[in-house]
Design a protein around this ligand. Structure first.
Ligand code: BTN
Length: 235
């Protein structure tokens, strides 16, 4: 494990020297990166930010499931911390606060090296105040009234990550069932921003064997592999 007071991005550090089962953790990131080329910002000491490099040892068709496994793991760890967590496809971790669900954690998975390893970057808002939240519809464990030690949470996430990746490798059907149980996007009306700049509107119908979100839209059911989902309204 590499523990850094400051890093530009733990994913970038991990990717610069990918080693199976290495974990890079930073107290503060100066250029944290998010999905879809976004930035990920957290004041020093306010979040759990780390990247775990793993050799998923899966057939190529299972690679898209790795980000989902990371989501399942973080949601399970947050539940161990006493929170009610769910996943907005593919792996935004939402925390129920009152009647609404706000983003608590984000995950960025990158494929590096040859043979490829997965760098699984995880950022969990632990003690951020309202003023420190990066976007309005976000929350932290502290804001939700959950007093959790970062080191303990870190241990839980690593344990759950091992378990989720193992299930993904050994029993894809059971793994996908566990993902579907955790995914609060299913059954909702959604707007999905697609990589070509278009938006798909419809109802999130299912998660297919490849981990894609199947959206029932104006032209029928369409599987989406990459996109940014907005939950339009509650079920
Ligand atoms: C997202 O929500 O778009 C994903 C955010 C991922 C943030 C984590 S923090 C640790 C790791 N290092 C990064 O630069 N990003 C990930």
């Amino acid at each position: 494990m590499t523990l850094l007071p400051t890093a530009d991005s733990t994913n970038t550090v991990a990717a610069s020297n990918p080693v199976d089962r290495r974990v890079v953790i930073a107290d503060h990131q100066t250029s944290g990166r998010g999905r879809l080329d976004r930035s990920w910002v957290a004041p020093a000491g306010s979040a759990l930010t780390f990247s775990a490099t793993v050799g998923p040892a899966v057939e190529p068709s299972a690679w898209p499931l790795v980000p989902l496994a990371a989501g399942v793991a973080v949601a399970a760890a947050v539940r161990r911390a006493g929170g009610s967590a769910s996943l907005k496809w593919p792996n935004d971790v939402l925390l129920d606060v009152g009647d609404s669900a706000s983003k608590l954690a984000g995950i960025l998975v990158e494929r590096v090296g040859d043979p490829p390893l997965a760098v699984i970057g995880i950022g969990i808002n632990v003690s951020m105040s309202e003023a420190e939240l990066p976007v309005p519809n976000a929350t932290s464990l502290t804001l939700a009234g959950l007093a959790v030690d970062r080191a303990e949470l870190f241990g839980w996430v690593l344990e759950e990550l091992d378990a989720a990746l193992e299930l993904m490798r050994s029993d894809r059907t059971a793994f996908l069932e566990s993902y579907r149980r955790a995914c609060s996007t299913l059954g909702r009306d959604v707007n999905v921003s697609l990589p070509d700049g278009s938006t798909l509107t419809g109802t999130a119908q299912s998660i297919d064997e490849g981990g894609r979100l199947v959206v029932d839209g104006p032209e029928g059911a369409r599987p989406v592999g990459v996109g940014d989902v907005v939950h339009v309204r509650p079920v």
